[in-house]
Design a protein around this ligand. Structure first.
Ligand SMILES: [Zn+2]
Length: 213
């Protein structure tokens, strides 16, 4: 899926004359890593007033998709926060359209996330990056213990606050075997709240086997 630009008429906060801008309304993060970097750096949809030179963000609705990470965000304009309920309903409708037409080949089986404003998008992406770093540390520590590494389904890992990678049990696969494998890596000295949470959840009675890719 390709990133898409839209046009809009915007007003500068200094009340200068209205002017036309092009802004990103759909971001396909794995196709356009530069746009992901811009969103994280706060430069996404930053525009400059031709009259007074003032820089400001165009706060238009946009969709952010990172297909390999199973991350679909609907970013609504900050000023529409009071209409959250109807925007969530619209998001569900748009999600069905995207899922069944535009992104049909992606076979999306994860729910969209709704946020308001570019700052909120930045926060989600920064949390995501932190989780990815911690997950890589889990993978490295597991490998250092001579263990295989399993990749959890990203949307499942995100929802449950698990790392994206976990040590895989050597023998028979069960939630408890995952808990034991995680425990072994944690005992090696790795500090990972995500893996600790995974170990605790997998130790629970009647828990389902983790979803892996
Ligand atoms: Zn201006």
């Amino acid at each position: 899926m390709k990133s898409i630009k839209n046009e809009a008429a915007v007003c500068c906060p200094n009340h200068c004359e209205e002017f036309e801008v092009e802004y990103w309304s759909l971001i396909s993060a794995d196709q356009d890593p530069d746009l992901k970097a811009a969103a994280m750096g706060g430069e996404l949809n930053l525009v400059q007033c031709p009259k007074c030179g003032n820089f400001f963000h165009h706060d238009g609705d946009l969709i952010y998709l990172d297909a390999p990470a199973e991350l679909l965000l609907f970013v609504f304009s900050e000023k529409n926060r009071s209409h959250e309920q109807e925007l969530r309903a619209r998001m569900q409708r748009d999600y069905e359209i995207i899922k069944n037409t535009l992104a049909k080949q992606l076979q999306m089986d994860y729910p969209p996330i709704c946020v308001f404003g570019l700052e909120a998008l930045k926060d989600v992406l920064q949390r995501e990056e932190k989780q990815a770093f911690e997950s890589e540390a889990v993978a490295a520590a597991s490998a250092a213990q001579g263990m295989q590494v399993a990749r959890l389904k990203p949307s499942y890992a995100r929802e449950h606050h698990f790392p994206y990678y976990v040590p895989a049990p050597g023998g028979k696969v069960s939630p408890n075997a995952y808990a034991i494998a995680a425990s072994k890596v944690l005992k090696s000295g790795l500090k990972s709240p995500l893996l600790l949470n995974f170990k605790d959840q997998m130790s629970q009675e009647g828990v389902a086997i983790p979803l892996t890719l």
